[in-house]
Design a protein. Structure first.
Length: 107
């Protein structure tokens, strides 16, 4: 595998130079490969083909498991114990304007 530099504005602008660049790249690759054993070449080719489509995720860190409320908190909510925050209401998470709701429903 390799990258062959294109002449000028691109390969389509100078076919002769493109052909020469490709010829030089192919001859160079064949010289490099001619000293290797056939079994080594096949193993290398197989490994390269098996690796196609594989990728490594980088950047974003996996969020891990979602945070689950403790048993104390869940029981405290059920029994309405002091110092246990209540579960927020949907309207607190996603506030809505009553006027908008009626117009959307066609009322």
């Amino acid at each position: 595998d390799g990258i062959v530099a294109e002449p000028g504005e691109g390969a389509h602008t100078d076919h002769g130079a493109t052909g020469q660049a490709l010829k030089a790249a192919i001859i160079s690759a064949l010289r490099r490969l001619s000293g290797r054993e056939t079994t080594e070449l096949l193993a290398s080719r197989y490994a390269r083909l098996r690796g196609m489509g594989a990728y490594l995720e980088t950047g974003a860190i996996s969020p891990g498991r979602p945070k689950v409320p403790s048993l104390r908190r869940r029981i405290g909510r059920i029994l309405h114990l002091p110092n246990v925050p209540r579960r927020p209401r949907w309207s607190e998470i996603w506030p809505s304007d009553d006027a908008d709701d009626e117009s959307e429903r066609g009322a």
